[in-house]
Design a protein around this ligand. Structure first.
Ligand code: NOJ
Length: 542
């Protein structure tokens, strides 16, 4: 038995993100659902991931694709039923897969019964106390209470007919909850327990860094962006100290259950030291490493993020996790296919030339780098197929609220949310029954990137991921553990892990002569005569 077999599962888990609307459609309405996920559980088991994270499946008007929740203990009919969800959780466990849900505590839908009661209750009512209502500025309160901007564009305040304004850091249909309110706190603890009782293994916490707002709601004085971490440590609504008290309480709820139930923070904060505060021993177990996601395809920068992450997280005893893509950022095949690779990626208004072959080559190398690092990792559905961002969705089919709220200046995030291709030569590529139009259109060229087309092709991205995940499970050096950097020329990353493992990644333009090794375990591209070409990674036995 490896030492890693006795460590808690989440310290080295590979968690597969299921964006439920776009994973698999069981009932033919063009939108993914629980029945679809159930039918694909064998695929996920064989891929070799440890857990799935499912984006919100609760009843929702779908203004923000389910991140506007109308009932935290239900299932939206478009996705299935609570009974179906319970069966799914059991089946996933039977396949050896853990299940992480997405909890959205910063805001509800404006159709949530709590918000409807707050509107009906009127100014000063206890129901209104669950949300952030204020009177406006100006002679008759006609101006918003402060200068805060919604992350999807426009003011973060909307006025209701009785004259008060409510806060929404995201869309107007997503009113922010007031986390100073003890009923809000108690209700969310009940929601956690509801799903823990049904066997879920944890939660990804949406906007974990946003729950607490500064007293008095002072002006922020700068414009926001949903995924750009603030550089300020004393921002009026991001990353305030008070959020940690909430998560310490949540941890107590999780610890009442057996089997290592966990939380993962979605916290866009400034740097690893701030992130590490979320994963102190009595708080959450893990947090997404967005600094890693945003790092450019450059050896020195990647190494810097890896080192600073391992150091800051190590100081609080938390494992690192690594992530390259999710449903909010440009798919990394596309990010890495452009000259400027830093950040979460430009959208379709981007005019810089795109070299998808280069993007895929780098994405292959990036997968081997990520999966060789100490700790856990996230895989976003479709990245294992090498899907690129879909940048030409017709404007009249765009669904992301960013498109409208930005006044049609930003196309938003739909390009990474297109239903994934499973089989066949034409849309819907096995996503659902033939003939059903998918909720976002799929590109014809995906016929070469279906699970069916890639399976058994040793040169495919899918077989690379399958092989890497298999090796990661078997090899005692992989998962949590040490990392030792070795000397290299500029532009090359080379590290060893014990026992007997070396990972080399060549991000330079010139071939790199590999160090002595006893065998090649896996390579992202051709390695001939002991030389590693540019944009290629290799795992070596030493
Ligand atoms: C982060 C989620 O990942 C994103 O999709 C959503 O729009 C915002 N939080 C608001 O809930």
């Amino acid at each position: 038995m490896h030492a890693k077999d006795s460590a808690p599962w989440w310290r080295s888990a590979v968690i597969y993100q299921i964006y439920i609307r776009s994973f698999a459609d069981g009932d033919g309405d063009g939108v993914g659902d629980i029945a679809g996920i159930r039918s694909r559980l064998p695929y996920l088991r064989d891929l070799g991931v440890d857990a799935v994270w499912i984006t919100p499946w609760y009843p929702s008007p779908m203004v923000d694709a389910g991140y506007d929740v109308a009932d935290y203990t239900g299932i939206d009919p478009v996705f299935g039923t609570v009974a179906g969800a319970e069966e799914f959780i059991g089946e996933a466990h039977d396949h050896g897969l853990r299940v992480i849900l997405d909890i959205v505590p910063n805001h509800t839908s404006d159709k949530h019964a709590w918000f409807e009661a707050a509107l009906a209750g009127g100014p000063g009512s206890p129901e209104r106390g669950r949300y952030v209502f204020r009177t406006g500025k100006g002679a008759s309160g006609e101006l918003p209470p402060n200068d805060w901007q919604g992350m999807f564009g426009g003011s973060a305040w909307t006025r209701v007919p009785d004259g008060e304004w409510y806060l929404h850091l995201f869309a107007e249909a997503q009113p922010d909850l007031n986390w100073e309110n003890t009923e809000v706190r108690r209700d969310f603890e009940k929601v956690l327990a509801f799903w823990f009782d049904r066997g879920v293994d944890g939660f990804r916490i949406d906007v974990a860094h946003g729950l607490i707002k500064q007293e008095g709601l002072p002006d922020v004085g700068e414009s926001g962006d949903v995924l750009e971490p603030t550089k300020r440590e004393d921002h009026p609504h991001w990353d305030r100290d008070g959020v940690h008290e909430i998560f310490r309480e949540w941890r107590k709820v999780a610890d009442r259950y057996d089997g290592e139930r966990i939380f993962t923070a979605e916290a866009w904060v400034s740097g690893p030291k701030r992130l590490a505060r979320y994963v102190r021993p009595d708080e959450l177990q893990t947090a997404f490493n967005f600094d890693y996601l945003r790092a450019p395809w450059e050896a020195a920068k990647l190494r810097e993020v890896i080192d600073s992450s391992l150091e800051a997280l190590g100081e609080v005893g938390a494992p690192a996790t690594w992530v390259l893509s999710n449903h909010d950022v440009v798919r990394h095949v596309t990010r890495y296919g452009r000259a400027h690779t830093e950040g979460r990626g430009p959208r379709a208004d981007e005019t810089a030339p795109l070299d998808l072959d280069m993007g895929r080559r780098r994405a292959r190398a990036a997968a081997l780098l990520m999966l060789a690092l100490p700790g856990g990792a996230y895989v976003y559905q479709g990245e294992e197929l090498g899907l690129a961002e879909v940048e030409d969705i017709p404007e009249d089919q765009l669904q992301d609220p960013v498109w409208e709220r930005s006044g049609h200046t930003s196309r938003g995030r739909d390009g990474c949310r297109v239903p994934i291709p499973w089989s066949g030569d034409a849309p819907p590529f096995g996503f659902g029954p033939d003939g059903a139009a998918t909720w976002l259109p799929q590109p014809e060229i995906w016929k070469d990137l279906t699970v069916e087309a890639e399976s058994g092709d040793p040169a495919s991205m899918l077989e690379l991921y399958r092989a890497a995940l298999r090796l990661r499970r078997e090899h005692p050096a992989l998962g949590e553990g040490d990392l030792h950097w070795e000397e290299t020329p500029e532009g090359v990353l080379l590290f060893s892990r014990t026992p007997g493992f070396v990972c080399a990644v060549n991000l330079s333009g010139a071939p790199y002569t590999l160090p002595a090794h006893t065998g090649v375990l896996l390579a992202s591209g051709p390695v001939e005569g002991g030389a590693l070409p540019g944009d290629t990674a290799v795992w070596l036995a030493v």
